[in-house]
Design a protein around this ligand. Structure first.
Ligand SMILES: O=C(CO)COP(=O)(O)O
Length: 211
């Protein structure tokens, strides 16, 4: 199982969480990545943790003020990028453009979607993986793998072989195992670690059943 911790714009210490994630990944053998703010990519990558961008723009080098160039994310140490997160929705043409930009820069890609129908469409754009995250469960602590297990199994069917991650409300090892049992190959989570009083304990207990 791949565990991707999205730090969003939370007021956490990205370096502290990245260092913890790097240690827990090394100690357990579980693949764990951290997606910080774009400005923190290089510092997070320095910790040795697998580092992901939260987004890259659908652009090439040129006159694009305020954009996130895929090559710049890669140069800062990103190995992959999320696209179309429910808090950063893109138009279809821009998802496709950002996917091509990420490919050009050698970034692995995960396209997020709300539901199985969108997962089917996202898979057709040929990302490395897709992630289903029902927006109404994001940040609630109620795990998608328990609250709406059909959304995960239907997404796995709809993805036609593209690996599926799931996210929203995932915080415990039990949630992780439930996601795996439903066919997910990984989880996206944010508040369960980024807002935890003790991120190390939160992350260690999350991966404990698969370590
Ligand atoms: O949006 C998410 C991960 O990208 C999920 O957020 P929570 O883990 O806070 O529900």
């Amino acid at each position: 199982m791949f565990v991707l911790i999205n730090l969003k714009a939370y007021p956490c210490d990205p370096i502290d969480i990245a260092s913890i994630a790097a240690e827990v990944a090394a100690n357990t053998g579980v693949r764990i990545a951290v997606a910080p703010q774009a400005a923190d990519l290089a510092a997070v990558a320095e910790t040795g943790v697998e580092t992901w961008a939260q987004h890259v723009s659908s652009i090439e080098h040129g006159s694009h003020t305020g954009s996130t160039l895929a090559e710049a994310a890669s140069r800062a140490g990103a190995e992959g990028t999320l696209l179309n997160h429910s808090e950063h929705r893109l138009r279809l043409a821009d998802i496709d453009g950002s996917l091509r930009a990420a490919e050009r820069a050698g970034l692995e890609t995960i396209v997020c979607a709300n539901n199985p129908k969108q997962i089917a469409a996202a898979s057709r754009l040929d990302p490395d993986s897709v992630a289903v995250e029902p927006p109404e469960l994001i940040g609630t602590g109620t795990p998608v793998s328990k609250a709406d297990p059909d959304i995960v199994t239907d997404s796995v069917d709809a993805a036609s072989g593209t690996p599926v991650l799931c996210g929203a409300g995932i915080s415990t090892g039990e949630d992780l195992v439930a996601a795996s049992d439903l066919g997910a190959e990984g989880v996206l989570l944010a508040s369960g670690v980024a807002k935890a009083d003790d991120p190390r304990t939160a992350l260690e207990s999350l991966v404990d059943p698969i370590a």
